[in-house]
Structures are given as structure tokens and as C-alpha cells.
Design a protein around this ligand. Structure first.
Ligand SMILES: [Zn+2]
Length: 168
């Protein structure tokens, strides 16, 4: 089971490997965005190791599906997340500068919240604006409203009232 609070250095020395599934209840910042009914959660695989330079590396993946509200048609849009993890733990600026280009820095601490890390990675993988692919949206609500507005002509009676007033 994936522990929540970890000591990255110790796990790297142990070469710890975790395979687990986190529910949305364990990922509150992701749950805030997800539409109701998303209960499957995310499959997480995380491996800690020390590299030749004695850096703490965190590798693995986060994968799962999430339903968000499409910002074009307001219906649910399903997004498949498959985010690779390739992180180097950094405790200070000197370490931050030595992070290889193929990895992302991860600001670590001795009592680090691993669930929050998984959340960060899912949030990173989400698009800025959730939308169905072009052409796959439900008809926009505004069109239906426009259609009704066309049939309902609020001034249609005005002319007859004016006529009535002019011809007593
Ligand atoms: Zn849509």
C-alpha cells in the first residue's frame, strides 16, 4: 500500500517499490474537479532509488480516467490520464541546479506527503480547459435558446396594440 507520509531518502536506500490504487477520496484536490460518479481512482506505481550521484530518484506512473465538465457544452468529458513520473528529490538550491534535464525536480522533505505528489502529477496532466474533441460536443445550450427566442417574438403584439390605439 502506498504510504502517505514518507522519508524519501530512507525509501531510496531501501529501493522501495509501490503499486497501489488511490481513490478520489485520497486525492481531494482532484476530486474537487471530477464530476460525480468518478469512483475508480488512479493506479499508481512508484519506485524509489539512489542514482550514481547519490540523488534520490522517484520513477513510475499515475494512470486512470477522470470525468470533467466540458467548457464548451457543459456535459461530461472523459479524460484518460497516463502520467509518467521521473523526479529527482531536491532539498536545497544546489541540488535543484544539478537536476538532469530528463528529470523534473521534486521539492522533498523528510516527512513528505506522497499522496499530494500523486495529486500534483494528475493536476499537471489535466488540460487547462477541459473540452470534448472538436465536433464531439452536445449541441450548445445557447443555440436551443436562440431557437426558442426566434419563435417567441416579444414585440409581435406591439403593432396591433399601436394600431388599436391609433384607430379608436
Ligand atoms: Zn463538449
Amino acid at each position: 500500500m502506498l504510504p502517505q507520509t514518507v522519508d524519501p531518502s530512507r525509501l531510496a536506500e531501501q529501493g522501495a517499490i509501490y503499486r497501489d490504487r488511490l481513490s478520489l477520496a485520497q486525492l481531494p484536490r482532484v476530486r474537487e474537479l471530477a464530476l460525480a460518479g468518478d469512483e475508480a481512482g488512479f493506479a499508481v506505481q512508484i519506485e524509489f532509488c539512489c542514482d550514481a550521484q547519490r540523488r534520490v530518484r522517484v520513477q513510475g506512473s499515475v494512470a486512470g480516467n477522470i470525468h470533467l465538465e466540458c467548457q464548451r457544452c457543459m456535459r461530461a468529458v472523459r479524460l484518460a490520464i497516463a502520467q509518467p513520473l521521473n523526479l529527482v528529490a531536491v532539498w536545497d538550491e544546489a541540488q535543484l541546479r544539478s537536476v538532469p534535464a530528463d528529470s523534473d525536480p521534486w521539492e522533498a522533505s523528510d516527512g513528505f506527503d506522497l499522496h499530494a505528489l500523486v495529486e500534483d502529477e494528475i493536476l499537471l496532466a489535466l488540460p487547462m480547459v477541459a473540452r470534448h474533441p472538436q465536433g464531439e460536443c452536445a449541441p450548445p445550450v445557447s443555440l436551443a435558446t436562440a431557437d426558442r427566442a426566434d419563435r417567441y417574438r416579444p414585440f409581435a403584439n406591439l403593432q396591433s396594440i399601436v394600431r388599436a390605439a391609433g384607430n379608436p
